[in-house]
Design a protein around this ligand. Structure first.
Ligand code: F3S
Length: 414
């Protein structure tokens, strides 16, 4: 691998041990994947933020790196934590004081490295919004999928340590989705059924992800004309639907990039994306996804909306759906702190809370200490949440539309 003089100096420890460790990780990964060089990275998103997941060993590893002087060189944000970081928020979730203290300690260590303590899987909705072609090292799988597919930026699916290493040395290795040739489609995904509601996009992503694994699907047959503004930009509704679809593609498979004919930036610009002889995945119906994701439960303890973290428009839809009602089941809308603040200023948080719901900023149910919280059943409009809730949080699931989820919150049954 060819390194610049500056990179060689970092590797020789001339910029300190913390940077040496960081670039060593990036170079090692690059060698494993056959990269010929490193690339300057413009933006990083770091996973490994829930204390429930990384525990004392992970916290000690990060403390040690920070104590050696690790500081990030590029704008860097964090993945969701295991709770709302405000004391009002985590107390309302029912999180224990002991967990909250450790969780905050972990975020503080990241902040000491210069990372913006914005904990979200949708950084692109709160100002961490890379331009087309930007070189990233992001690690949240749904965010990576959105950044590559919808924004046309370039990131591999980084692990937490490799993303952090990239932030500290300001480099990532030039392999995988940083390379034009790796961004070509590996499969055609022919859609032959209506896909209209957001949860249907999620179901479609779930089905296609299962079939293509870590491939790059090229979607054809989606009728998305209503989702494009006159200037060709996506409406918030289509953006949010693609957010749900990408999260599902990245969770049932390991998809980090997809294209949608006539919609996503590279599908509009590149003629060489989709070879004529690619294997084809045909989707005639979403029934198989519904059958897998939607269990036979009746009683619902918790309804979760906002996986990936809710946009302002999604929060508004929830607020309108529950305004003036009295919910029986718990309703958690997970989102970023920035979107929560915006929704708060428009009275949307108040409408949700008056109905008995909770707007959880900074956190994610999948990485929250759910065993402490004793929920047994959950309803969601996110295929990713539906797929992860049982294995990661031991919770049985119903999957359906936002309207079905809000009705379940109102009645306590599906
Ligand atoms: Fe985000 Fe958690 Fe879903 S990280 S994508 S809310 S599983």
């Amino acid at each position: 691998m060819k390194l610049t003089p500056e990179e060689q100096a970092m590797l020789a420890g001339e910029e300190g041990e913390a940077t040496r460790r960081a670039i060593e990780i990036v170079v090692t990964l690059g060698r494993i994947y056959g990269a010929g060089r490193l690339l300057p990275v413009e933006s990083v998103q770091v996973a490994g933020v829930s204390y429930r997941n990384i525990g004392e060993a992970g916290l000690a590893f990060l403390r040690d790196w920070a104590a050696q002087g690790a500081r990030v060189r590029v704008p860097t944000t964090l993945n969701p934590a295991g709770m709302d970081l405000s004391s009002r928020g985590w107390r309302a979730m029912g999180v224990s004081e002991a967990f909250a203290q450790k969780q905050q300690e972990l975020v503080d260590v990241y902040a000491a490295m210069g990372i913006t303590p914005t904990c979200t899987c949708t950084p692109y909705l709160v100002g961490h919004n890379p331009h087309q072609g930007a070189t990233l090292a992001w690690s949240e799988s749904s965010a990576v999928c959105f950044a590559n597919a919808v924004l046309g930026a370039r990131s591999n699916r980084e692990g937490g340590p490799s993303a952090l290493a990239a932030a500290i040395c300001g480099r990532t290795a030039d392999y995988g989705l940083h390379r034009d040739e790796q961004r070509r489609a590996t499969h055609r995904a022919q859609v032959r059924c209506p896909v209209v509601q957001p949860h249907e996009f999620a179901a479609l992503g779930y089905l296609v992800g299962k079939q293509v694994g870590n491939g790059v699907p090229y979607f054809e047959g989606l009728d998305l004309a209503d989702g494009l503004d006159v200037d060709g930009s996506l409406t918030p509704q289509l953006r949010d639907a693609l957010k749900l679809m990408g999260a599902a593609l990245a969770s049932s498979g390991a998809v980090a990039l997809y294209h949608v004919a006539g919609v996503t930036p590279e599908a509009r610009e590149r003629q060489d994306l989709c070879a004529p002889d690619l294997p084809t995945v045909t989707v005639d119906s979403l029934d198989a996804a519904m059958a897998e994701l939607d269990g036979p439960l009746k009683a619902i303890d918790l309804v979760v909306v906002g996986c990936p973290h809710a946009s302002f428009e999604e929060l508004r839809d929830v607020a309108e759906g529950v305004r003036g009602k009295r919910l029986v089941a718990k309703l958690w809308v997970t989102t970023s702190r920035g979107v929560r603040d915006q929704a708060d200023s428009e009275g949307l948080v108040q409408a949700i809370e008056e109905a008995g719901g909770l707007v959880v900023a900074d956190g994610c149910v999948v990485v929250a200490p759910m065993r402490e919280l004793a929920f047994r059943s959950l309803a969601t409009n996110s295929a990713k949440m539906a797929a992860y809730a049982l294995p990661h949080a031991s919770i049985a699931v119903r999957f359906g539309s936002l309207q079905q989820c809000l009705r379940a919150a109102e009645r306590g049954v599906w």
